[in-house]
Write a protein that binds this ligand. Structure first.
Ligand code: FES
Length: 94
């Protein structure tokens, strides 16, 4: 039994295998490039789930040995904080 649903590689950002293959065919040659083009690896797990499979796809399609593909640049999922929120978090001095 086969499924017509596209295979999801990046669960966090819902990026399909086909989207990644299209990006590689369009010239993506590194994991950071794949990340920028598709958002794969930008989710909450920061690539913990999808990165190994993305690296294998990239190696297979570009002919690069898996061992020489550099890891993605990791960025912790943090956001900005307003000064008002910071001020509210500090107890008032008496
Ligand atoms: S599965 Fe890709 S970032 Fe989490």
């Amino acid at each position: 039994m086969t499924s017509d649903r596209p295979r999801c590689i990046c669960r966090c950002e819902e990026v399909s295998e086909q989207a990644l293959l299209t990006a590689i065919e369009a010239g993506a040659s590194s994991l950071n490039d794949l990340k920028r083009r598709t958002r794969a690896g930008m989710g909450l797990c920061q690539g913990a789930y999808c990165l190994p499979e993305m690296a294998e796809m990239l190696a297979a399609r570009t002919g690069q040995p898996l061992a020489v593909i550099p890891p993605m640049t990791m960025r912790p999922p943090v956001g900005g904080v307003t000064l008002a929120a910071l001020a509210a978090a500090v107890p008032a001095e008496e």
